[in-house]
Ligand binder design. Structure first.
Ligand SMILES: Cc1cc2nc3c(=O)[nH]c(=O)nc-3n(C[C@H](O)[C@H](O)[C@H](O)COP(=O)(O)OP(=O)(O)OC[C@H]3O[C@@H](n4cnc5c(N)ncnc54)[C@H](O)[C@@H]3O)c2cc1C
Length: 295
């Protein structure tokens, strides 16, 4: 079905096949719309194309959350509110839930989708650092087939991904948090809510006999894509989570960052914020592991 609002043509497919057929013919001429929280901003700023592919007719097949191995599978139309009310999400990927709770407002979380956040490819997208540390596959479907792309190979730069114009992200498969591990998500914006992150950080720590067996840390808004912090991760592995080790790792994360100066903050300020958010997150994890008696 195709409607026309003033000079914008809207396609509203009722099946995945119909959506993929429209994408295969209209390609970059058509803009996919899920919850529309980012697309509405684009329309207001006049940067939108003349054709929209509204996915709302596919809710029955794409608005779902399911188990996948030890993790979760998230359909393209699963909203934040659906995800935050889902037991599997809280049990298997509490770190992702922690990040999603900070997004926008209840209205934005009612409409916005996790897949839309990923497809938008902003380095400040708050769900992306957790997906880097949890491990996730982005599933792309077109009429000629399906591709699974690891999240750390999906983004090419600000607003750029490996998705081809005739492909739809149909789902994201997120790895589950290892038993006994603890995660953290911290962000700083210019105000406490409804603000793009100036810096965001996510981490996932597992201990073995009191020392860090695995440490994964990802940084948002300090490079053209979300990045891992290999210096910080290397400083933590094999060490006890003492205050000195956590500060060293936080400072290493600041060196791993590649920030630029923009309207929201200078590069130097962003590096300092990375260090303090990583330290805060690690301290919280160390405390939670101690209280839970996990070593
Ligand atoms: C007031 C406000 C506050 C916000 N606060 C935050 C915040 O705190 N943190 C944060 O990270 N973001 C925030 N956002 C941004 C936004 O809400 C998120 O990025 C949201 O997750 C986008 O999802 P959506 O379903 O609305 O996507 P849409 O707006 O429908 O689409 C976003 C982009 O993804 C593409 N797209 C959508 N679905 C698919 C698909 N299945 N396959 C391929 N491409 C697709 C669209 O073409 C478009 O380019 C905020 C936005 C607003 C307006």
């Amino acid at each position: 079905m195709a409607l026309r609002y003033s000079n914008i043509k809207v396609y509203r497919p009722e099946s995945l096949e119909e959506a993929l057929t429209i994408l295969s013919t209209r390609k970059e001429k058509v803009r996919i719309v899920a919850g529309s929280t980012d697309v509405t901003v684009m329309m207001r700023s006049g940067t939108i194309e003349e054709e929209l592919l509204d996915l709302s007719g596919l809710r029955r097949s794409l608005a779902y959350i399911g188990a996948s191995g030890d993790g979760v599978e998230i359909g393209a139309l699963a909203t934040y509110m659906m995800l935050l009310s889902n037991v599997l999400v809280h049990e298997r990927v509490p770190l992702l839930a922690e990040a999603m709770r900070t997004i926008g407002s209840p209205q934005i979380r009612n409409m916005g989708t996790l897949v839309g956040n990923v497809a938008n490819a902003s380095p400040a997208g708050d769900t992306i650092p957790p997906l880097y540390v949890l491990g996730a596959d982005i599933v792309l479907e077109g009429i000629s087939g399906t591709r699974n792309i690891s999240v750390d190979e999906f983004f090419l730069g600000v607003g750029k991904t490996v998705r081809r114009p005739d492909e739809l992200i149909t789902r994201i498969i997120v790895g589950g948090q290892p038993p006994g591990s603890r995660g953290f998500f911290e962000k700083l914006g210019l105000r406490r809510a409804m603000a793009i992150s100036v810096v965001s950080v996510a981490g996932l720590i597992s201990l073995d006999h009191g020392v860090v067996a695995d440490a994964r840390i990802a940084l948002g808004a300090v490079a053209p894509t979300v990045i891992r912090a290999p210096g910080a991760e290397g400083r933590l592995k094999g060490e006890e989570l003492t205050d000195d080790v956590m500060w060293d790792a936080a400072e290493a994360a600041a060196r791993d960052a590649k920030p630029v100066t923009d309207v929201r903050g200078t590069a130097g300020y962003r590096r300092m914020v990375v260090a303090s958010l990583v330290y805060r997150g690690l301290s919280r994890v160390a405390y939670e592991l101690e209280v839970a008696g996990i070593d």
